[in-house]
Ligand binder design. Sequence first.
Ligand SMILES: Nc1ncnc2c1ncn2[C@@H]1O[C@H](COP(=O)(O)OP(=O)(O)OP(=O)(O)O)[C@@H](O)[C@H]1O
Ligand SMILES: [Mg+2]
Length: 240
Amino acid sequence: MGRTVELVNVWKIYKTGSVETVALRGVDLVVDEGEFISIMGPSGSGKSTLLNIVGLLDRPSSGIVRLAGRDVSSMSSTEMAFYRNKFIGFVFQRFNLVNRLSVRENIELPLIARGMPKSERYKLVVEALKMVGGEESWLYKKPNQLSGGQQQRVAIARAIVTSPVLLLADEPTGNLDRSSARTVIETFVKLNRNGLTIMLVTHDPEVANCSEKIYLLRDGRIWNTVEPEKDRCILETVGG
Ligand SMILES: Nc1ncnc2c1ncn2[C@@H]1O[C@H](COP(=O)(O)OP(=O)(O)OP(=O)(O)O)[C@@H](O)[C@H]1O
Ligand SMILES: [Mg+2]
């Protein structure tokens, strides 16, 4: 079993003018291939910073980041973008869909970025949409013609359409009602059973309890690891 993610003594210091904010203070973390872990912690504890660094959206100030065994610290921005497209899917709290594009065009975006011809894209888009429980009737709608829960499913479809090895989700249920949150987590569990490695940031214990391990972050440090209480996972507590 390989290590999908490995962080060794990762620090992140933001400098704004003369003000320095230490967002991560020496984080060590290993996520094995096929694991589904969650990260919890108070606002400002560094959760998004950590996820953005793993997701190659940002760089650490120091420390080592390895993705699928590859040290990413010396990559150029172009290489980071390439690697991100190839290996990582990202889901955000605010869905981050492009409202002037149709659902189909939104899901196609990462495929266009890798230069895939149109004729090959459609099949993958439909497969990804089916995987998240979406309907083909959504394809030519605009995102804002869908409910929040449906939009998040489209965002997950966009994240997985490239068959990434790692799915990163920053508060994916933060803007959703309980029933939609349940559907999103149901999808994550299914994707994980199919072999996808998942790192999920959440404030919601009932969401974290659906993962295999919970890391607690405080002041930029992982200070504890707890076992999820499976009977308090949203799949158990909220009716489907
Ligand atoms: N671009 C930035 N420039 C300066 N400081 C930043 C930047 N991004 C984050 N920070 C600071 O780094 C610290 C960690 O922020 P981060 O967004 O990672 O927290 P978080 O745990 O995701 O919080 P939340 O639960 O509110 O989303 C905070 O003190 C924040 O103010
Ligand atoms: Mg955050």
